[in-house]
Structures are given as structure tokens and as C-alpha cells.
Design a binder for this molecule. Sequence first.
Ligand SMILES: Cc1cc2nc3c(=O)[nH]c(=O)nc-3n(C[C@H](O)[C@H](O)[C@H](O)COP(=O)(O)OP(=O)(O)OC[C@H]3O[C@@H](n4cnc5c(N)ncnc54)[C@H](O)[C@@H]3O)c2cc1C
Length: 483
Amino acid sequence: MSTVLVWFRRDLRCHDNATLRRAVAEADTVVPLYCLPDRLTGEGMFGLDRVGPHRAQFLIESLADLRESLRDRDGELYVRSGDPGTVVPEAAEEFDADAVYWQALPGPEERDEAGSVRAGLADAGIDSETFWTHTLYHRDDLPRPPDEIEDTFTPWKDRTEAKATVRPPKPAPEWVHAPNGGRRASSGADDLPTLADFGFGEDEATVDDRGVLDWTGGETAGLDRVATYVWERDCLREYRETRNGLVGADYSSKFSPWLSFGCLSPRQIHREVEQYETDRVENDSTYWLVFELTWRDFFQYQLAKYGAKWFQPGGIRDRDDIRWRRDRAQFERWARGETGIPFVDANMRELNATGYVSNRGRQNVASFLSNNLRIDWRLGAAYFESRLVDYDVASNWCNWAYQSQVGNDSRDSYFEIVGQATHYDPEGAYVTRWCPELSALPPEYVHEPWTMSEHEQADYGVELGTDYPAPMIDLEASYEKLR
Ligand SMILES: Cc1cc2nc3c(=O)[nH]c(=O)nc-3n(C[C@H](O)[C@H](O)[C@H](O)COP(=O)(O)OP(=O)(O)OC[C@H]3O[C@@H](n4cnc5c(N)ncnc54)[C@H](O)[C@@H]3O)c2cc1C
């Protein structure tokens, strides 16, 4: 009679979960365990919350859904909190496990955590094994191991596409046999975490009505979103044309929160794309969604390659020629969406109110903080870490470094915020959605209210410094310094 404990991490799903499948195939009883690490309920860098209310809610819902899925399979999800290095080995002993299996992750904290779990298990004489399950291309299938990969996306992608294939996703196991003939997790010790555990009240996780989606965590909701976006609404056929949108549920897939928590497997999405190409249409758009998932992989492997360097001011390029500022007051104006630059403010307000903001918006607000304000880009990354519902350590920190000229891009580019705003939001519909105080302005002023004369401000009823902030910097002058 053998027992395997499966330590769930960012793989909160039953489908395409090699860790769970192997445990089910090898053991008589399987103990699925989630441990909420203490580090997630406290403060992170710069004293900011590690996990904000929207992501906390998404995690809680994802765990509830996983528990239901396991119960449907005769299984159970046990839930603990604390330091995984102590909690996981203790649980393994409590359930008399012969081995513990878990998902390998590339982040330095996650690797350290796994190292202490492994050491604790070894002390107790319990075997352990890890599985790589969160990328499109499996680590073992890469033409070069992660520590030897290219630092530029395109050559890495070309080589990977030419030499590797995406493994087919595996179905969910039919049964997950719980110990003690299906003993339910006790109420009390195994209760799901609550918002209060993260220090939030119920109302703080509410998603503003203006948000793109009412996020629901869990594998069930993630698979539903795939069915809706790809099949019901048929959006995939024009993804490439719509993906830079700003308003609405369907300009992009919105798969990211479910991917980040592992409620969705990227290989399952890949399979759906292939099926769609067979049944409906194969075009640039269908390729492009997979292309974006390949970007996601690139950053996962970049994190594996450079580890803690991603969290240093000079990034992976060891740059020491940029003087990063730590002006907390300016940072807070940016974070609150009160910079006086409407396109920046609208995106920050959307992030704060919903936990999500478009890729176009993320690029612009990141570029504004790190290039125009020259504020330590890591403050921005840590703020995103706290607020995003889809936060992923690799996708967040590597994208921030990229926008801040300390990551993978070598072109040292920055965004012309007003140019971006007028291109992607020509009528100002997005900006006025999140900055309603600018609604009375004609489109030519929505993105540059500071160009209005005092008379015009009075005529439109938008007085800068009273109804809407005056710009916190002279944008044009800040570009001069970068040129
Ligand atoms: C400063 C900054 C911070 C970011 N932080 C995160 C983060 O913490 N978590 C996160 O998932 N994404 C992050 N992104 C990437 C991207 O903005 C989001 O993945 C995307 O907006 C999510 O919406 P979607 O699922 O509709 O994307 P889609 O356009 O539908 O793309 C499909 C999937 O591809 C992946 N993807 C797309 N673009 C990127 C990219 N640039 N980098 C990595 N993966 C990508 C995502 O998994 C996404 O769900 C960040 C981008 C920037 C510029």
C-alpha cells in the first residue's frame, strides 16, 4: 500500500497535470496538499503587499474549485499554511507518505522553498520528485538547456520552433483515491484561506463594473473562458488585429490569470488552437496566440537562467549607468493614477479597481515610471506584483526589466505616451471610462488636457489642478533627456 503526497503549487488543475497523473498511476492513495506560504500573506519589496485583494480572491476560488474537482474523483484537497519547508514534510509524515511529488518552478523563492522541502523530506527518509508542467515547451525538449539559451527572443523562438514540439496535453485522472477511504479534510485545519488571512475585507476584492471580466478563479472557469473565447465567440480568428485593444472582454484572450495559477495548461490551449485551425480557420491570428505563449515560455526560461539578477536595479544587463530615483511621493501619484497624464492614470486606475490591465496599458505605465520619471523600476514591478490578478514572477519582472532597459531588449526604446494614447484610444473612450472627470473634453484634449488654455478649461468645466491633476512632469522635457 503506497501513498504519494502531491504538493500543489501553481498547478491548480486536474487536466494536463503530470505530477498528479504520476501519483495516481503509482500510488494506492494520493494526498493532494496546498500550503499557503507565509510570504504571500505579508509584505514584499518596498513594504508593498505581496498579494492584493483581487489575486487573493482568485487564489481562494481556484483552491475551492480544485477541491471540488478532486472530490468528484473520490479525492480531497488538504490545505495548510506556514513555511512549506516545515509544513510539507510534516504533512507527509502525518499521512505516512512514501514520496512527495511537486511542480518545479523557476523563481528563486520557489526554488529555495522546494530545496527546504526536499531537505526536510530527506531527513524523514521520504522520497521526492519534481515535474516541469507550466510551460508550452517542456524544459527537457528545448534545443538548449535554460542556462544556455539566447537572451534575445527571436533567435530563441526560431530555434525552439524548429527543433522542439509541444507535447500533447494529458487528460485529468479519473480517480484520485484519498487516504482513509475518502476522509474529508477536517474543518478547521484544512479550511480554505479567506481574504482576512491576507488582511483584506470582503468588499476589497470586488471587481469594478467597468472591468473587462468578472474574474473567477479555478480550472472550471478557466476552461469555460477558453470555450467562450475560442469557440462560442469565435474571437481567435482576429486575435492579432484586436489584441492591442483596451476595452471589453474579447480584444485579447484574458487567459493570463488562469495560466498564472496553473488553472489552465498552455498545452491545453495549444491543443484548442490546433483544433480550431482544423475546424474553422488557420491564419496569422491563430499562430499569434501561440506566439504569445512562446513569449511566456521565453521569460520562464530567462528567469531560470538568471535567477536573482532579475530583481537587481541593473537587471540582467548589470547596468550601473542609470540613476534610479526613489521618490516615494511621485511613485504614489503614479500608483494611484494621479499623474495628470490621462493615459497613464486610466490604466493605473483600471489596475487598482480590477486587478487587470491590457498589455498595451502595462507597457505604457511601466515605460512612464521607469523612463520618464526614472523611478526605480522595481518599485513599479513590486506594485504590479501586489495588484495584478495574473501576476507571474517571470512574466512580470522580465517584462518590467524589458520596459526599463535592463532586460532582454537591447534597443533601449521607450513609449511616446501621448502618441500611443491617440493611436490606441483615438476617441478617448478608454481614458474617459476611467477618468470620467475628462468626459466633457473633445478628443484632441482628452489625452493632453494641459494644452488647453484657461478659457478652454473654464468652458469645458475641467480646471487642471482642481478637477483633474496638472501633469506631474513636463512630458516633452522628459523625452529630451532620453534622446
Ligand atoms: C510591465 C508588464 C508586466 C506584466 N506582468 C505580467 C504578469 O505578471 N503576468 C502575466 O501573465 N503577464 C504579464 N504581462 C504580459 C501581458 O501583459 C499579459 O500576459 C497579458 O496582457 C494578459 O492578457 P491576455 O491573457 O488577454 O493576453 P493575450 O494577448 O491573450 O496573450 C495570451 C497569453 O500569452 C501570454 N503573454 C502575452 N503577452 C505576454 C508577455 N509580454 N509576456 C509574457 N507572457 C505573455 C500570457 O500568458 C497571455 O495570457 C506583463 C506585461 C508588461 C508589459
